[in-house]
Design a protein around this ligand. Sequence first.
Ligand SMILES: O=C(O)C(=O)C[C@H](O)[C@H](O)COP(=O)(O)O
Length: 312
Amino acid sequence: MTVLTFGETMALTRAVDTGALAHTSTLHLGIGGAESNFAIALRRLGVDVTWIGRVGQDSLGDLIERELRAEGITADVIRDPDAPTGLMVKERRTATATRVWYYRTGSAGSRLTTSDIADARLESASLLHVTGITPALSDSARKTTLHCVERARALGIPVSFDLNYRRALWSPDDAGPVFRELIALSDIVFAGEDEAAIAVGEGTPAELVARVRDLGPRESILKLGDQGCLAMVDGETYSLPAVPVSVVDSVGAGDGFVAGYLAERLAGKAPADRLKTAVTVGAFACTVSGDWEGMPRRDELGLLTTTEPVTR
Ligand SMILES: O=C(O)C(=O)C[C@H](O)[C@H](O)COP(=O)(O)O
């Protein structure tokens, strides 16, 4: 049994130094993508995970395949000869402000189709995790997302959905109905405050988490960044503060949060324990500038609160 996820992973290039990219001479090359960030974090916590996606027949596609395999993920990396691997560029404009640009229109990853997801993968999944990025990529990617969520439901496989709204890809008016449809088909839903508001209208965190829950999922979880989280699970409300860390780059914290929550859920832990690991993994992601490189292994989870500066 393995957790199944699919989506677009891009090459990710980021400035080594702080400042405008126009004055940066050195860039670091790596990879990034919501579902693969999630997959890596989950795998590091000891959960088997399968990722499916398209990349180009190019060196950046090779890089993505190597990284995912090196992290121990079962990866169905589909090579698309007719489109390039997408690219994401991160600028650390100031020490506290990161900017992201996407070069992914028409990319290989956006050309995902239903036939890319082998039914055998769905049948053997312990849980399906999708994000709101994939349906924004293209018509075929949206159909693939809906098809897989409906198929998982028919198979009795729990569905997890992270809204992950990307303004560069679509408008709130276009995203809203798709979000509501996917929320109603999911068992576990994660959203930031602004993302939840796109689906269910503006409100306080307590109103948002309840309104998402009212659309159907038994687990409605609001990610509140440095304010922690608020959740309704099986009718009970939980809230937890964030783990304080010195933030280098918060990108990736949301994906790590989701992995932390689901890893503990799959291990049969209670909601409060799931949320504790969620905020911890989210905090770890903030400690480095890569999207996923900071994700902790299980035996590292206590490091953020240790008083020992050196462990030997
Ligand atoms: O795949 C995409 O479109 C991405 O934008 C990749 C992002 O870098 C992560 O999904 C980070 O998202 P957070 O964890 O919410 O900070």
